[in-house]
Ligand binder design. Structure first.
Ligand code: G6P
Length: 369
């Protein structure tokens, strides 16, 4: 058992620590010297991609959160309207699908019943389907026009970690490809972004090497709470959703994620002294806004745990706990900032005596509705 875990105490930690490799493997061989992105299993021509005028990302659980991150990239780079929807919802409404609609199905296992049903429906309605999956030859891979494999290798812990990072990297590639096909990014820009995407491998490693003690302290500050709130803005909102899900899954501590700007419309009523607020407060276009939202929480006595960009001195004035993240372009911030939130969830779970690899009531893949 110990050998299978590669010397780690649990699969969750082993898989979290594999993430720099997942980033590198998912990208290897993907950029031709000419600057063209090379997706072997693309299955759709550049002409077909150029015609795409609407994207739906459909997925469940953690994969759905990868979709929320991708929406920012697809709209930001390729300028194509993109909606993200839980597969269990998508399959039971009547979404607008035409031959120029791209449905992107994200599924680690490639066999989630709701996700499969949704792509079958999309195909019947004439849409193009693209799969992002970790399992070669899985139903999602077989039933999609094209596919990107996430190269995470087998994931054993029930709560997804390394697959999520593989999904974000793959969705970043797909977004760059759409932008290239649409003529929205120049070859030089694509090359630069591709290299920065690759740089996140070393940044994750740096977080793993240096942030353990800070994460441990932060976990002590939340472990006895009845509830926790994760907040951010923009990319930080999507990151918060996954942070809250991870904490709920493995530690059974109730957590909720909120767009920080929406706090004043409800959740701020929850804040009383010691209430943990975990904030994605890295340098981003909305950094100042996040800080002012956090000041409102601090004024009400919240215990603030901030993910902050290395060297940010100001945040220390309001946050009781700081977890540092290397500087990174906003579009790639989810790849780095998600890692300490995985570690935080794991630490809190261990402190609460939970089995981090096999949380109660959850299954690794859900092949029935
Ligand atoms: C289950 C797992 C989650 C996963 C979700 C979607 O609920 O416990 O970790 O995110 O299914 O799975 P998929 O294989 O489609 O990504």
């Amino acid at each position: 058992d110990m050998a299978e875990k590669g010397g780690y105490p649990d699969f969750m930690l082993k898989e979290i620590c594999e993430q720099p490799r997942v980033v590198r493997d998912t990208l290897v061989g993907r950029l031709a010297p000419t600057g063209e992105l090379d997706i072997d299993e693309l299955g759709l021509s550049f002409e077909e991609l150029n015609l795409i005028d609407r994207v739906y990302v459909i997925a469940c659980g953690t994969s759905y959160h990868a979709g929320l991150i991708a929406k920012n990239l697809i709209e930001g780079w390729a300028r194509i309207p993109c909606e993200v929807e839980a597969a269990s919802e998508f399959r039971y409404r009547n979404p607008i699908i035409t031959p120029t609609t791209l449905v992107v199905a994200v599924s680690q296992s490639g066999e989630t019943a709701d996700t499969l049903a949704a792509i079958r429906d999309a195909r019947i309605k004439g849409g193009k389907v693209f799969g992002i999956t970790n399992v070669v030859g899985s139903p999602v891979a077989r039933e999609s026009d094209g596919v990107i494999y996430t190269k995470a290798n087998k994931e054993i812990a029930v709560a997804s970690t390394k697959s999520f990072i593989g999904q974000i990297v793959s969705l970043s590639l797909l977004s760059l490809l759409l932008a290239q096909a649409k003529g929205k990014l120049k070859t030089g820009q694509v090359k630069m972004l591709f290299h920065e995407l690759g740089d996140t491998a070393a940044q994750i490693q740096h977080i793993l090497d240096t942030q353990g003690p800070a994460i441990h302290e932060a976990a002590l500050a939340c472990k006895d709470a009845a509830s926790a709130l994760f907040v951010g803005r923009g990319m930080g909102t999507a990151i918060s959703y996954e942070g809250a899900l991870k904490l709920k899954e493995v530690s059974y501590l109730h957590a909720e994620a909120y767009a920080a700007g929406e706090m004043k419309h409800g959740p701020i009523a929850l804040i009383d002294p010691g209430f943990p607020v975990i904030a994605v407060a890295t340098k981003s276009p909305t950094y100042d806004k996040v800080v002012s939202n956090l000041k409102e929480c601090e004024a009400r006595g919240a215990t603030i745990i901030a993910l902050a960009t290395e060297g940010d001195e100001d945040i220390a004035k309001i946050a009781g706990h700081i977890i540092s993240i290397p500087p990174v372009r906003d579009c790639f911030s989810a790849i780095t900032a998600s890692v300490p939130l995985q570690l935080l969830a794991r630490e809190v779970a261990l402190m609460r005596g939970c089995n981090v690899d096999q949380p109660r009531n959850l299954a690794k893949s859900v092949t029935v509705e």
